[in-house]
Ligand binder design. Structure first.
Ligand SMILES: NC(=O)c1ccc[n+]([C@@H]2O[C@H](COP(=O)([O-])OP(=O)(O)OC[C@H]3O[C@@H](n4cnc5c(N)ncnc54)[C@H](O)[C@@H]3O)[C@@H](O)[C@H]2O)c1
Length: 357
């Protein structure tokens, strides 16, 4: 069962839970808006369902409210930032704004961001740069639980390491490619397991390293592992995320046994480029336009209505969910109310706010 919530009151309810866990009003708003936006765009795995984990992480001391990023190096086009274990929704936004300022000045900025708590949808940060006319490229590692096996390995050694590329396009909404390098999101495997469904081949291995279509191996012991998308190619990209997001930033890589902690740390290498400064702006506009027009003449394959580019499915979902409401399943909602209990916020208050009363 699920309930449809309008995004504005749902944001107020989530904001109240975050504030009750010690965040100032601005931080609570930014966290809530970011998570509800992920739901609006259809990425429920990175939406308000993260709140119980965030609250546990605050209570465990792995996530520190009311932090701001600290520049540890500010040298022209090179910027290194410490996220101070703060909410990724604040740390991500403020450090991206610093990178954008440097890119305005120098034409580009290479930023390392270490020790940020969960940055949520990485596309959110690319969109921020793209909205100001910049190309934005992101490699991110995840310090949470090892979930994904190396190509040729039989056990999980790293996380779902996302990567993202945002490109502003002439005369239309931007290209925003944003995904985990695991073949399928962990949350989707849990749903399949609960429904007793199999998953398509190529997503999972059992504890012996054999291919499996049984989602239990990602959900309950004995664990197998998820696979990276695209065999050795996606695996290589996942490692690039670990090396650039974890090692190059100094934030840390995954190299220890399973942790029971609830915090999710992200390291991110972000490269922000001002395309106008490369002297190719007119050619870019012309060639991008010609290519996209050509691409979209492709005849739809069976089962498809048309060819889309990255970013379009999220925009379509946003239009639908802004109109109809954001679906929240009963389990997720119960866990959010339990999180409210933990920070001594009355459940009735959360329910009342979410209904817009
Ligand atoms: N912060 C973290 O630790 C972390 C970790 C993993 C994932 N994430 C986030 O999770 C989110 C979901 O990741 P995912 O791997 O489930 O994404 P996904 O598999 O849904 O892929 C999404 C990408 O594919 C594009 N896409 C989808 N359908 C398309 C179509 N028909 N034509 C063209 N392009 C299409 C989308 O526009 C988007 O760019 C992402 O926002 C990612 O940043 C975050």
């Amino acid at each position: 069962m699920e309930t449809l919530f309008k995004s504005a009151p749902l944001t107020r309810a989530i904001e109240a839970v975050v504030a009750a866990a010690g965040s100032d009003a601005r931080e609570a708003r930014l966290v809530a808006e970011n998570l509800v936006t992920a739901n609006l765009l259809g990425h429920d795995s990175h939406g308000i369902g993260m709140i119980p984990r965030y609250i546990d992480a605050v209570l465990e001391g792995g996530l520190a409210p009311n932090q701001h990023p600290k520049a540890t190096l500010d040298a022209g086009a090179l910027l290194a930032v410490d996220g101070c274990k703060g909410y990724g929704q604040v740390i991500g936004g403020e450090s991206m704004q610093m990178a954008i300022e440097r890119a305005k000045q120098h034409g580009a900025c290479v930023m390392t961001l270490a020790n940020a708590h969960h940055l949520g949808r990485i596309g959110h940060w690319a969109e921020m740069a793209v909205a100001q006319g910049f190309v934005s490229i992101h490699f991110v590692n995840v310090i949470s639980h090892a979930r994904v096996a190396p190509y040729g390995g039989r056990d999980a050694r790293f996380g779902t390491n996302p990567c993202c590329i945002g490109i502003p396009l002439p005369g239309e909404a931007p290209f925003v490619l944003d995904y985990a390098t695991s073949a399928v999101a962990q949350g989707k495997l849990r749903v399949a397991h609960n429904k007793g469904e199999k998953v398509p081949p190529g997503r999972l291995i059992d504890p012996e390293g054999n291919p499996s279509t049984d989602p239990r191996y990602a959900v309950i012991p004995p664990y197998g592992a998820m696979l990276a998308f695209g065999e050795h190619k996606g695996y290589g990209m996942a490692l690039a995320c670990e090396l650039l997001g974890g090692a190059l930033t100094g934030g840390g890589t995954w190299h220890y046994e399973e942790s029971t902690k609830q915090r999710v740390m992200n390291g991110m290498l972000a490269i922000v480029i001002d395309p106008k400064r490369l002297g190719t702006a007119a050619a870019f506009e012309r060639e991008a336009r010609l290519f996209l027009d050509w691409l979209r003449k492709s005849r739809p394959a069976p089962g498809f209505d048309r060819v889309r580019i990255a970013g379009e499915p999220e925009r379509e979902m946003r239009a639908r969910r802004s109109r109809d409401g954001v679906p929240v399943d009963d389990n997720t909602w119960r866990e959010i109310l339990r999180a409210a209990d933990k920070v001594k916020l009355a459940r009735e208050r959360v329910e009342t706010l979410a209904r817009g009363e």
